[in-house]
Design a protein around this ligand. Sequence first.
Ligand code: PLP
Length: 413
Amino acid sequence: MSDKPILFDELDPDPRLLMGPGPVDVYPRVLRAMSTPLQGQFDPQFTRYMDEVQVLYRQVYETQNKQTFLINGTARAGIEACLTSIICPGDTVLAPIFGRFGHLLKEISMRAGANAVSIETEWGKVFTAEELESAIKKYKPAIVAISQGDTSVTVKQPLKELGEICKRHGCILYVDSTASLGGNALPVDDWGIDIVSAGLQKCLSGPPGSSPISFSDEVAERVLDRKHTEAGIRPPGVKDADGPIIQSNYFDLAMLMDYWGPHRLNHHTESASMLYAARECARVLLEEGLEACQARHQKTSKALRAGLQAMGLELFGDQEHLMDNVTGIYIPAECGNGAAVRSDLLNDFGIEIGTSFGPLDGKIWRIGTMGYVCRQANVLRCLSSLEMVLKRHGFNTKQCAGVDAAYSVYENG
Ligand SMILES: Cc1ncc(COP(=O)(O)O)c(C=O)c1O
């Protein structure tokens, strides 16, 4: 071994425009917030920031839920915290599958000891309220776990009626809003959603690594029935609940309620920089306004889609139920599995777009227009770059047709 340490170069990544299905470019304000000096989690100023985060995400989720806080980890950490804490071993969980993430919800439920069942629809389609209700009647689940928007298929499951259906049948409704929150409407209380989680790296335009969650008092009671406090921090006189212990310590919502609540009972070391990021993501969104932000996502997707179609590309998925922040298009035959086009876009134009998973791998491209990225200049840049790259791969479009069509959406609505 040489005496010299192996250091590598200082980080200096090439600039990219992240127009894939997420992560996306982070709002500069959020990046700045992340470089704020750290504090300890018992510092009264820091606990005030924690309280502020709760107030901010209640507004983002349009909920009065007292229990609204962050899980440290990517969106999947939020999903695991929610499902692991509400599923008692043996509970039936219905996970309707319309893309990759329905499979994920089913798998996490199964790992948490559930009798996990599912219904499936062709990728690119969504379920009707009647289909969901008849599955609930058939399986009588304790919990229904569903994604609002599944990025793998770019479609959005309507949820407005599902909360009421679940209430009528006595089941809890859990929603994974990772890919949709911020760019698509999700009034948690109005729609009767019992428990919900998200991530920062899509329409909230933050870095991956923090998951805002929210749950109702009824869900909180269910979780508290299983509360077992870690022995080393258990205050005198506190007894464990009778319900089965929650299998994960890190994702134990009962202990996390004490951590985020007035007791401030210690649990993990709060990831301060991620908390600053999550706080700023919510501030940016609320300052713009929920409706204005959703409208921006709708308009931008409309312009992008008009451009893609004008270039002769075919949109993927049920057109009535598209997400407002990510667009799927079939890869034209001339471009094979589309990998070379993606690679040229990245290397020659600095633009990242994605393909998909499973049956759609190499069949569709996915272009995201989320958060900071969701703006006219990026749509025009993406369409003109794509036109050039497609031409080099043998797929010719009428010159400027894509950009012209997008311009006309911005100019004429
Ligand atoms: C709908 C949905 N759920 C869950 C996840 C998982 O998120 P993460 O990779 O942050 O754990 C994603 C990521 O793309 C997603 O789109």
